[in-house]
Design a protein around this ligand. Structure first.
Ligand SMILES: Nc1ncnc2c1ncn2[C@@H]1O[C@H](COP(=O)(O)OP(=O)(O)O)[C@@H](O)[C@H]1O
Ligand SMILES: [Mg+2]
Length: 452
């Protein structure tokens, strides 16, 4: 490149197949693939800038391609995203926590899509994390989608190793931050519940004190973490500034409650099942309140939200009620899902089809034993299990008094579905849940005889 000449590039990509004319291709080094192996492919598709760590064999592109060599390409991706975030300068709303991030993000985005701030409508000016793009790669790619007209960016921050939330907070520089909950999840990387709290707490520790922390008072850990934040705070939960009163749990139809915020109130009918979603709705409303959004927009937004696929999705199939919560599982979300099933009025029997909860490290056996006990305590009629911890879940259920013939351990998805089909009748309700690696939705698919 000539000295002193300005060059404009287009979008930033990390997958060479997505490169086009003028793209910036960043070569990331993952566990399985090394992006440096794809620089030629990226250039072939039109990339005109390469961000690389290794210099080797990029020299032949030098004439037409700008090559930027850095020490750490993942860091460079984060820096570029941070730069874009500062330049476009939307209000950044960041959500972390052990459970409920994606649901809360969808809720706040739905509210903002109907809201105005400082007299102008936000519709079309809200960027949100798509899918689960919440890690050190996903968050930067999300922020790099900022075009310039956005007024708000709602981003999810996920972690499975210490230090990630700190870096994500640095990149996103949130104006408003929320920690939904602290629960045993990703213990393999984070060690213990205290380790999880420390990691999530980095959001409040690293956020600008000019920002606003949204504090969930119903969770003892998040309440404590809230104390570490020096700036403005908005609390939510039973005794929070933003709270839900006169709750009516409508089982499969959702939950009705009166939302209080800023001295005003609105009756809201949430179309999502489970009390956990009420907590998520309050968190979303508290964020919206922090932005100065009115109650009516909160109501309209929250009422428009439907479940995210595989998160507490309720449906009827041939007279059988189904809760598909198969996206993921940890002890707290299992408890939330069991409670949701227990709260549904059921004519027939309640059955749960559960897979292992992964990444719990040394807590694994104990947590699965506890899970079995919880199942029995929630008066579930039948328990179907898959995975290497199935025996421990069964043991817990038997210890708490569940009869052995009510528990089945499957050898595979299809076999478990066959057993389930033998016993299930119209009027029964089924809950499918397990960690992502267990793909419990496959049992559901086989049960309905669709899919493979
Ligand atoms: N506030 C909450 N507390 C406990 N469990 C929850 C909460 N919100 C959701 N869940 C459970 O966690 C699952 C995943 O929800 P999701 O919104 O995708 O969370 P995340 O993005 O944090 O993984 C849900 O299907 C439900 O079982
Ligand atoms: Mg998520």
């Amino acid at each position: 490149m000539q000295q002193g000449r300005e060059v404009y590039f287009r979008e930033v990509v990390i997958d060479s197949r997505r490169a086009g004319k003028g793209s910036v291709f960043i070569a990331l080094e993952g566990n399985r693939l090394d992006g440096h192996a794809f620089v030629a492919d990226a250039v072939g598709r039109g990339a005109s800038c390469l961000v690389v760590r290794k210099k080797a064999d990029t020299s032949r592109f030098l004439k037409k391609t700008t090559v930027i060599q850095v020490q750490d390409t993942l860091r460079a991706l984060g820096e570029l995203a941070h730069y874009r975030r500062q330049k476009v300068s939307p209000k950044v709303l960041a959500i972390t926590g052990s459970n409920g991030k994606t649901t809360t993000k969808e809720m706040i985005a739905a509210i903002l899509g109907r809201a105005s701030i400082y007299g102008s409508r936000l519709s079309g000016k809200v960027l949100k994390t798509e899918g689960n793009y919440n890690n050190l790669v996903g968050l930067p790619l999300t922020l790099l989608r900022l075009q310039g007209r956005e007024r708000v960016a709602v981003v999810e921050l996920g972690t499975n190793a210490p230090g990630e939330i700190r870096r994500l907070t640095e990149i996103a520089d949130p104006d408003i931050g929320l920690i939904t909950s602290v629960a045993p999840a990703h213990l393999t990387g984070l060690g213990s519940l205290a380790g999880v709290a420390r990691e999530k707490g980095e959001l409040f520790l690293r956020m600008t004190p000019k920002g606003t922390a949204i504090v969930n008072l119903d969770d003892p850990w998040t309440r404590r973490l809230g104390k570490s934040f020096k700036g403005e705070k908005i609390t939510y939960g039973n005794n929070g500034e933003v709270r839900g009163e006169n709750r009516m749990v409508l089982g499969e139809k959702g939950t009705e409650f009166t939302l209080w915020a800023g001295g005003g109130r609105r009756r809201i009918r949430l179309r999502l099942s489970g009390e956990c979603n009420l907590s998520n709705a309050l968190g979303a409303a508290a964020m919206a309140y922090g932005l100065g959004v009115d109650l009516e927009s909160m109501r309209k937004g929250l009422e428009s939200v439907r479940p995210v696929p595989m998160r507490m999705v309720t449906e009827r199939w041939k007279g059988i009620g189904i809760i598909n919560d198969a996206y993921n599982a940890n002890p707290a979300s299992m408890e939330a899902a069991l409670k949701t099933l227990a709260d549904i009025r059921v004519k027939g029997k309640r059955a749960v089809i559960l897979g292992d909860m992964l990444e719990l490290g040394s807590e694994s056996i104990k947590s699965h034993l506890e899970l079995g006990k919880k199942v029995a305590r929630h008066h579930i009629d039948r328990l179907y299990l898959l995975g290497q911890y199935a025996l421990h879940v069964k043991e817990g259920a038997l210890l708490e008094g569940m009869a052995e013939e009510r528990v089945r351990i499957g050898r595979g998805h299809r076999e478990l579905a066959d057993r389930l089909r033998e016993h299930t009748k119209r009027g029964d309700w089924l809950l499918f849940k397990g960690s992502r690696g267990l793909c419990m939705e496959k049992v559901l698919a086989a049960f309905k005889k669709i899919g493979d």
